[in-house]
Design a protein around this ligand. Structure first.
Ligand SMILES: NC(=O)c1ccc[n+]([C@@H]2O[C@H](COP(=O)([O-])OP(=O)(O)OC[C@H]3O[C@@H](n4cnc5c(N)ncnc54)[C@H](O)[C@@H]3O)[C@@H](O)[C@H]2O)c1
Length: 375
């Protein structure tokens, strides 16, 4: 039996140093489009979502075949429509809770990326039953099938797990600080925490190879603005010439990581046997306040939109609680794989601005001003 921190020496490395390389996986993780070490048939749950569609694209480009299951509750078919022609891609429009379909897909694959979930603060507050049921029952179903066929599963968890702890940067074994069950936003963190407990229990009791990735804010093209995600929301407002709505005073901060960097981490962890039974933070530690983020979006888009400050109580609910900061310590994944994010925030913002511009069209603007790291 492998314990969370035992057996593979991951914790013995220098967490704050340059990280140690890990042979073929290091080459793969850092080598961009390097082919997979062996042909793989991969199942992605939530494969038509934001991260799932980028993951599918990347795996296919590296020679894997991909089955993507998605009920399109928050994902979009347009995210994966361009992959449908590829002989190595199959889309299954179904829920992960549909037993017969999951049984077949899991039996046919040799690796599972479990990304299907109810995501986003707005969705959680508006549809708590859907959030809790999707995240808990969906993950239980995926783990049960993984156990039946003894397939490796990578589970996408979240930085929300740490709650409102101000012990930054967050490490994987840190204590968690959460609000009361009467405040709906904590249902997301708790549902994902229960998933983590269950995944670790399947690993310990039933020897299912499981790796848990706690994703911090992941951003890039295809992220929807529909459920309160800050970058697509602000970019859409900037590009359409509307005020950029800043919640509270805008001095709360986040660290944003490009989805391509996250995909590299997910694939590297899924391919590393030394990651089994372990939890990894995945994200950027480059912190920016939401106010500075809004100013950068205005500068890079050349938008003339004003800023509008909105109290949380008006944006969400009178008892809404937010975290002021959320910074990961990513030493553990760096030690195992040599992984660090590579794509600067300005490049990400330019890509998202270009995407919204192509959908919405130009708005009144001055000349956009790229900053040093985007040139
Ligand atoms: N984007 C982020 O910043 C972030 C941060 C932390 C964690 N995560 C995690 O990463 C994963 C992917 O998130 P995302 O940002 O791509 O969001 P997303 O909403 O684009 O992707 C989730 C996908 O799951 C699908 N889905 C939901 N319920 C389903 C069900 N019952 N059966 C099949 N498919 C179902 C949705 O339709 C959607 O396509 C999620 O598990 C999320 O919790 C994302």
């Amino acid at each position: 039996m492998t314990h969370r921190n035992g057996g593979n020496g991951v914790r013995n490395g220098n967490r704050n140093g340059n990280g140690s390389a890990n042979g073929a996986h290091d080459t793969f993780v850092n080598g961009g489009k390097a082919p997979l070490p062996e042909p793989l048939r991969i199942l992605i749950t939530g494969g038509a979502g934001f991260i799932g569609s980028h993951l599918a694209e990347s795996l296919i480009a590296r020679g894997a075949s991909v089955m993507a299951i998605d009920d399109l509750s928050t994902g979009r078919y347009s995210n994966i429509a361009h992959l449908e022609e590829h002989p190595g891609f199959q889309f299954v429009y179904e829920s992960v809770t549909t037993e017969s379909v999951m049984d077949r897909l899991v039996s046919e694959c040799n690796l599972i990326f479990h990304l299907a979930a109810a995501v986003g603060v707005e969705l959680i507050i508006k549809s708590p039953v859907q959030t809790i049921e999707t995240n808990v029952l969906g993950t239980e179903a995926v783990l049960r099938h993984a156990r039946r066929y003894q397939k490796k599963i990578l589970f996408a968890s979240t930085s929300e797990i740490y709650g409102k702890s101000d012990n930054h940067p967050y490490e994987e074994n840190d204590d968690r600080v959460l609000g009361p069950t009467t405040r709906g936003r904590w249902a997301y963190a708790e549902s994902k925490a229960l998933d983590e407990f269950l995944a670790l229990a399947y690993h310990r009791e039933h020897r299912v190879p499981v790796v848990i990735c706690r994703l911090f804010n992941t951003v890039g093209p295809r992220q929807t603005d529909a459920y309160g995600m800050v970058i697509p929301r602000l970019v859409k407002q900037a590009v359409s010439g509307r005020p950029l709505t800043i919640y509270d005073n805008g001095l709360q901060s986040r660290c944003f990581c490009h989805v391509q960097d996250v995909v590299r981490a997910l694939i590297g962890l899924a391919l590393s046997p030394r990651a089994d039974g372990e939890i990894f933070n995945v994200g950027s530690d480059d912190e920016i306040t939401i106010l500075d983020l809004a100013h950068r979006i205005l500068r890079l888009s050349g938008s003339l939109s004003p800023l509008e400050f909105v109290p949380y109580a008006k944006a969400y609910a009178s008892d809404f609680e937010d975290m002021r900061r959320r910074v990961p310590n990513t030493g553990k994944i760096r030690d195992l794989l040599g992984w660090t994010p590579r794509i600067p925030l300005d490049q990400t913002l330019l890509e998202v601005i270009a995407e919204f511009r192509s959908r919405i069209g130009p708005s009144p603007s001055r000349e956009p001003v790229p900053s040093a790291d985007a040139r």
